[in-house]
Design a binder for this molecule. Structure first.
Ligand code: RB5
Length: 146
């Protein structure tokens, strides 16, 4: 199950991503928002990220105007490694190297087709499992505990 959430800046792109992923057979849990009326992105980032951190959903996608606010908020949740991506190279690398479990997108920064390519790349790439990457991720987890 993929968790997804947006603010008003990401509402239209969220709907396109839901359509795209549903067609591909993914199950989606939509945490809002429900329109282009102005809302506060942390209110939507938090429940979506929490669902991933608690294992209710395996991965999450967050969309706001820039993707920045959503990624900052999501990374406050223990166990979340949220990557803001504006290109497919980063989307691939962050899955292989960081085992990112949430993807943030900036709907006012990238176009629809690039956004869908990034989503497909990110969802379609496995963590490498290399020990050096595991060690680095463990060091990120250790920061949570300080
Ligand atoms: C909303 O106007 C905008 O600030 C928000 O979508 C996002 O870009 C914040 O980081």
């Amino acid at each position: 199950m993929i968790a997804i959430a947006c603010d008003h800046g990401g509402y239209e792109l969220k709907n396109e991503i839901i359509k795209h992923l549903t067609k591909k057979g993914y199950e989606i849990k939509d945490f809002g928002c429900e329109s282009t009326n102005s809302v506060d992105y942390p209110d939507y980032a938090y429940p979506c990220a929490k669902a991933v951190a608690e294992g209710v959903c395996e991965k999450g996608i967050l969309i706001c105007g820039t993707g920045i606010g959503m990624s900052i908020a999501a990374n406050k949740v223990e166990g979340i490694r949220c990557a803001l991506c504006g290109d497919t190279f980063s989307a691939h690398a962050t899955r292989e190297h960081n085992d990112s479990n949430v993807l943030a997108l900036g709907a006012r920064v990238i176009g629809l087709n690039l956004a869908l390519d990034i989503v497909d790349t990110w969802l379609g790439t496995d963590f490498s499992g290399d020990s050096r990457h595991i060690d680095r991720i463990n060091k990120i987890t250790a920061i949570d505990k300080r």
